[in-house]
Write a protein that binds this ligand. Structure first.
Ligand code: GLU
Length: 400
């Protein structure tokens, strides 16, 4: 008998399923089985995609030209519309040749890491971080270097921290504002200072601007290459339609960058996936070239839910909950609850707390461990008001 060794390649062997998607899938499966589970897991707008976007997709379905392969880097009209939308929304001027249309923001990031990161290169990643960044960096052969930030620093990385983490292998800084999972938004002068610092050290910057429109109160989103033009020719900006237009399932994102780098990324994509689905691209075209009032309506609703979630969580003894300024997440510190009994079970970690909350309170949350910050939890408040309120009440009861 021959011994069968693990056929899985090393780069995939230690890879776990995305915890945000796994928790969301579990909550959806429990609901489909008739269980009254409230999902605070994956950040996914509960709104339907705007009607004019759906209508554009329906029309595209009937057009035989959309049944064929199209240009790998994206439909020319969409690349043009993304360039125009970028100028409108963040003041960054790019030509269509600087736009690569990708299969969601996730693939935009993977394309960026794969294109820039060589074996052994280090990528600075402010923590807590979105679950997928370190995995994509490792898949590209790089080493993620987490830079922990706390609630006291507003979950924002400082120049001192960046400076201290710099080594001869540092190649890229990943910069995210508004942040997933904390909702932190960097003030314009901090974005500019970090961009200038990166340029001075000849680093590349990959920015994730997927939550650009979801900012609240006095917070304002600025694009790093706009406020720090020094770094513009060493910066890849990623974005997409998912969060702004409630289009998570359509899978359309993009990367913007210097035209020669974008061409290399398109070469890569020509072997990996080819063009993004044309029907989705036509939907994205209607979204980015359409009005922003529908976005404003959703933003105002998230703002209201943000305050509801923040107030309810802050009122729980042992829970510290900074008021987030962007995205649609709250990231409470629950270390004051750990070590106690919750529903008859002693919980020592935020992973255990999430398991007990799902089991006994029927609420699905993501533990801070997934984001490199044990002792915290992430809740998405992009869910219906009624579910939000019932879910928050369940959490408060369980932790009372
Ligand atoms: N970005 C969202 C989240 O963090 C979507 C789920 C995912 O792909 O991780 O929940």
């Amino acid at each position: 008998m021959t011994t069968r060794t693990d056929p899985i390649a090393a780069r995939v062997r230690n890879l776990e399923e995305s915890p945000t998607l796994a928790i969301s899938a579990k909550a959806k499966a429990l609901r489909a089985a008739g269980e009254d589970v409230i999902g605070f897991g994956a950040g996914e707008p509960d709104f339907p995609t705007p009607a004019h976007v759906v209508a554009a997709a329906q029309q595209a379905c009937a057009d035989p030209a959309m049944h064929r392969y199209t240009a790998t880097a994206g439909l020319p009209a969409l690349r043009e519309a993304i360039a125009a939308k970028t100028d409108r929304d963040s003041g960054l001027t790019v030509t269509p040749s600087q736009v690569l249309v990708t299969n969601g923001g996730k693939q935009a990031l993977l394309a960026a890491f794969t294109t820039l990161v060589d074996d052994g290169d280090e990528v600075l990643v402010p923590a807590p971080y979105w679950v997928t960044y370190p995995e994509q960096i490792r898949l590209s052969g790089g080493t993620p270097v987490p830079l922990p930030t706390g609630a006291d620093a507003g979950y924002r990385v400082t120049l001192d921290q960046l400076e201290a983490a710099l080594t001869p292998r540092t190649k890229v800084l990943l910069f995210v504002s508004p942040s997933n999972p904390t909702g932190a938004v960097y003030p314009p002068e901090e974005v500019a200072a970090i961009g200038r610092w990166a340029a001075e050290h000849d680093l590349w910057v990959i920015t994730d601007e997927i939550y650009e429109h979801l900012v609240y109160g006095d917070a304002r989103h600025v694009s790093m290459p706009v406020v720090a033009p020094e770094v513009a020719d060493r910066c890849l900006v990623t974005n997409g339609v998912a969060k702004t237009y409630a289009m998570t399932g359509w899978r359309v994102g993009w990367t913007l960058g210097p035209a020669d780098v974008v061409t290399r990324m398109a070469n890569l994509q020509s072997h990996q996936t080819g063009n993004v689905g044309n029907v989705s691209q036509m939907a994205a075209l209607a979204a980015v070239s359409g009005p922003l009032d529908v976005v404003e309506e959703m933003r105002a609703t998230y703002d209201r839910r943000r305050r509801t979630a923040h107030a309810a969580l802050s009122a729980i003894p042992g829970v510290t909950c900074p008021l987030p300024e962007g995205a649609f997440y709250v990231f409470p510190d629950v270390s004051g609850v750990l070590g106690r009994e919750v529903g008859g079970t002693r919980v020592a970690t935020s992973v255990e707390l999430c398991a007990v909350l799902l089991e006994q309170a029927r609420v699905a949350l993501v533990p801070g461990e997934a984001f490199g910050m044990p002792g915290s939890l992430r809740l998405s408040y992009a869910l219906a008001d009624d579910d939000l309120e019932r879910g928050l009440a369940r959490i408060a009861d369980a932790l009372a």
